[in-house]
Design a protein around this ligand. Structure first.
Ligand SMILES: Cc1cc2nc3c(=O)[nH]c(=O)nc-3n(C[C@H](O)[C@H](O)[C@H](O)COP(=O)(O)OP(=O)(O)OC[C@H]3O[C@@H](n4cnc5c(N)ncnc54)[C@H](O)[C@@H]3O)c2cc1C
Length: 403
């Protein structure tokens, strides 16, 4: 029971002696360790941050000290050298505990661009510092006011000047800028070519400690506590050595990280969804209305049971996608499918939880409304489910590209 009187979330489990999809002992142990740490950051911690719109500094520090934010960094750079399966399990546990994995997700995911496309010098310079926690890389700037989903229309330019680049433009909805030392930034380095619109984009590693008044970040009040900003670059000079990968190939460089991000998001959604189901089914057992437990009504049971089943399905696809990713196999269909199913399932669970808790569902003291706002994001960002469906239609079903 939480201090708000709502029974704590627990994952409804199906008892079975044989599970062909069982996780390894290593991942099971990792889940237990993350869960134990998350218990030190209970509901009031997240509720209070949400109220004050503050960054989860002590939680991120605790994850960093355990080395978990360096999960995906290879051991030769001081990281844990884990795969996506471990990372997904860890992020899922955070959301399942009632927390919010956004910053941890960002740190794990964004450095993947550097890992895959950075020069040896960049990796040697930056990755050990990220692994030790001396530096944070939690900001990734792609979206612009005039180019959201249609990334190739970004207008932020990087113009070569000697060995440097000079960057000007405007980004919107860029998260955690104030809590990051480094940012990965997508720019245009060549005019948009209608025949090959994805070329001419380039990625830079920006040292946010050195931007001075050439970069401003204006915090935006969003639906949830996500430290999201509008960012302006005014002739920001960066050394050429900060270009990540090949000039003009930035779109391709971020594209191959999208599957990883979708899989991690799916895992987080499953964590959220199970938290909602645990919270709501616990409440439905103890709350009496019309002289009997609320949960004895099918109108309460069925939406919860439906969402639970949807979460199970989403979890299996997400785990399959992560396993394929770690094995180096193609996983575009699985990653997109997992993101779609999981974000829809967590949203279904969120709605069922609000309906179950009645007035408590809207009361900040009971946390469901906070998680409700948080999980809603994933149907739209980092990529909307409409675009995920377009991917599946085009690349899996072989239908014409619709956008
Ligand atoms: C809290 C939050 C944090 C964010 N953090 C970051 C960040 O750190 N870095 C970053 O770069 N971005 C970030 N974003 C931006 C996010 O990735 C974009 O909002 C998202 O990609 C959608 O882009 P848009 O808002 O410009 O929507 P638009 O592209 O304008 O689209 C509007 C809506 O129409 C839909 N749509 C668009 N085209 C089609 C089509 N062809 N068919 C059907 N539907 C379509 C979209 O799905 C979307 O729901 C964040 C957003 C939020 C809300």
């Amino acid at each position: 029971m939480t201090e708000t009187g709502v029974p704590a979330a627990s994952t409804p489990d199906v008892e079975s002696g044989f599970d062909p999809f069982a996780e390894s002992e290593h991942i099971t142990r990792l889940r237990q360790e993350v869960r134990a740490l998350c218990m030190q950051f209970p509901d009031p911690y997240w509720r209070d941050l949400d109220k004050r719109r503050e960054y989860p500094e002590s939680f991120v520090r605790a994850l960093t000290e355990r080395g978990w934010l360096a999960a995906l960094i290879p051991t030769r750079f001081g990281g844990l050298g884990y795969g996506l399966q471990e990372a997904a399990a860890m992020l899922q546990e955070i959301n399942l505990s009632g927390g919010y994995a956004g910053p941890a997700h960002a740190q794990m995911y964004i450095m993947g661009t550097l890992l895959r496309h950075g020069s040896e010098d960049q990796k040697a310079r930056v990755l050990p510092l990220l692994a030790s926690g001396a530096l944070r890389l939690q900001a990734f700037a792609v979206t612009e006011p005039n180019a959201g989903t249609d990334t190739t229309r970004i207008e932020t330019v990087a113009v070569r000047d000697g060995t440097d680049y000079v960057i000007s433009g405007r980004k919107i909805y860029i998260s955690r800028v104030q809590h990051s030392d480094l940012m990965v930034l997508l720019t245009r380095t060549a005019p948009r070519d209608e025949q090959r619109p994805t070329t001419g984009l380039s990625l830079f590693l920006i040292d946010l400690r050195e931007t001075g008044d050439r970069m401003t970040a204006r915090p935006l009040r969003m639906m949830m506590n996500n430290d999201t900003n509008e960012v302006t670059f005014d002739q920001l000079r960066v050394p050429g050595e900060n270009l990540i990968g090949v000039e003009g190939e930035g779109f391709r460089h971020i594209l191959d990280g999208w599957n990883a991000e979708r899989i991690l998001i799916a895992a987080e959604c499953v964590g959220d969804g199970r938290w909602f189901i645990g919270r709501a089914s616990g409440y439905a057992k103890t709350r009496h209305v019309f002289g009997r437990p609320l949960g004895s009504n099918q109108g309460i049971q069925f939406p919860l049971a439906t969402a639970w089943a949807q979460l199970e399905a989403a979890d299996l696809v997400a785990r399959r996608a992560a396993a394929r990713f770690d094995a180096g196999l193609s996983c575009g269909a699985e990653a997109n499918c997992a993101k779609l199913l999981a974000s829809d399932a967590s949203w279904a669970a969120a709605n069922a939880a609000v309906d179950t808790l009645g007035g408590h569902g809207f009361n900040a003291a009971h946390d469901v409304e906070r998680k409700f706002r948080e999980t809603r994001l994933y149907r739209v960002a980092p990529v909307s489910n409409n675009l995920v469906l377009s991917y599946l239609a085009q690349h899996v079903l072989g239908l014409p590209r619709s956008y």
